[in-house]
Design a protein around this ligand. Sequence first.
Ligand SMILES: [Zn+2]
Length: 71
Amino acid sequence: MSVGGFQSGFHARKVPRSEVKWESFLICSHGCEEVIQLISHVSGEVEFELCHMEAERMGNVLLEAARSKRK
Ligand SMILES: [Zn+2]
């Protein structure tokens, strides 16, 4: 399932854990059943993937960074 993209060149897709591309690189100790993959518009390849929980954390970190005031 494709869930959106952004202009810097990726779209996101949610897949079950069994369809992870790089299982050995997946950092997840939560037992997440779903994995978010970022797919490059250029190569069409999965460039990055992270588990559901980490994806939410990453989203929050990015939001916080984007909304923070520059020092
Ligand atoms: Zn997880």
